[in-house]
Design a protein around this ligand. Structure first.
Ligand SMILES: *Cc1c(COP(=O)(O)O)cnc(C)c1O
Length: 340
């Protein structure tokens, strides 16, 4: 059933799938990407032998369209998503989707579903989910030779409402191997994080914090967001690791932190160091920043800054990035693309 725009309560959208009027689809066959187009059907028809069902060739992206105060719509660094999507494709032995066509397709989906971009003052956005799957039949383990690329859109509320500190637990599981697929945005990494996150939720935690999979000594990232800390000296630090997905939010905050004189650096961060941060947060498109209230490890809870309040550095970074995304403040060259 198609979602009717008049049935949407902009202030209570949550983060759930809804079937909007249009999505974009392009297929790869005979060694090349075919012309894509907007379609209305939200379903996919697959053979039981399709690669994705057995050996997991899937990659995805997540980005948002923001309604500006003047009614126009902003996209935030969609070219970065296009580029990361191509890198993920390469790691999964899939044919990269041309980056310029990716950005063009994102715009087509936003414009086709324009009335579903939430109003400026709702705090909600239109979330875009590009993905690609291997569709040809395989039995032996091999890469597919046919693929489907799609982008659908869903209006979503603020993922975690406002800047409320959350409690995290250090996982005993790994989400990705050292030289595995951690740097690719692929469903397999999420499949391996489901059991840890179910257990974390059962114990009252927002999510898991994963350690580096080789030594279990350094902080890697959360299930779907990168970690940063503000040291006692006021430096913005964020992990450098071969097994994390490089967040576009993180890369943006590194630049803003530099302008704010926080002397940002990417380096290994031990768990002990993380416990002693002045402030810490989780960075990703969904929540922008989710402040870390505490990290629990081996039964001991380490409070960072406060369990109920958000620190000043985190608040300032959050506000600056959100203002840029909504067009209230000018960001660095090329970060925002306005469409209407
Ligand atoms: C998508 C994702 C992030 C966040 O990346 P953004 O580009 O900021 O949205 C972080 N970690 C993982 C594992 C992810 O899949």
């Amino acid at each position: 059933m198609k979602q009717k725009v008049e049935d949407l309560d902009w202030k209570n959208l949550g983060f759930v799938y809804r079937d909007l009027p249009y999505r974009y689809e392009a297929k790869y066959k005979d060694g090349e990407w075919q012309e894509g187009k907007l379609i209305e059907d939200s379903t996919l028809v697959l053979s039981e032998g399709a690669e994705i069902l057995h050996y997991g060739q899937e990659i995805f992206e997540g980005l948002k369209a923001y309604r500006r105060e003047d009614g126009k719509i902003n996209l935030f660094r969609p070219d970065e998503n296009a580029h990361r999507f191509a890198l993920s494709a390469e790691r999964l032995a899939m044919p990269p989707f041309p980056e310029d066509r990716f950005v063009e397709a994102v715009k087509q989906v936003v414009l086709a579903n324009k009335e579903y971009v939430p109003p400026y003052d709702s705090g909600a956005t239109l979330y875009l989910r590009p993905f690609m799957i291997g569709t040809s039949n395989v039995l032996g383990v091999q890469a597919a030779n046919e693929y489907t690329f799609r982008i659908f859109a869903v209006p979503v509320g603020a993922y975690i409402k406002g800047l409320n500190p959350a409690d995290y637990i250090v996982s005993e599981y790994d989400r990705a191997a050292y030289a595995g697929t951690g740097q690719a945005k692929t469903s397999g990494n999420y499949a391996s994080s489901l059991l840890p996150s179910v257990e974390a939720h059962k114990n009252g935690f927002a999510d898991c914090l994963y350690l580096d999979p080789r030594e279990h000594k350094y902080v890697d990232e959360f299930g779907g967001a990168n970690f940063y800390g503000i040291t006692q000296e006021g430096q913005f630090v964020t992990p450098k690791s071969k097994s994390i997905l490089i967040s576009i939010t993180k890369r943006s905050l590194l630049e803003l932190a530099k302008k704010q004189g926080l002397n940002p650096v990417e380096r290994q961060i031990t768990l002990e160091e993380a416990f002693n941060m002045k402030e810490a947060g989780a960075m990703g498109t969904a929540a922008v920043i989710s402040p870390v209230g505490s990290i629990t490890y081996e039964g001991k809870k380490h409070v960072i800054y406060s369990e109920t309040e958000t620190g000043p550095v985190t608040t300032k970074l959050y506000n600056e990035l959100v203002d840029i995304q909504y067009g209230k403040q000018e960001g660095p060259e090329g970060w925002v693309q306005t469409i209407d």
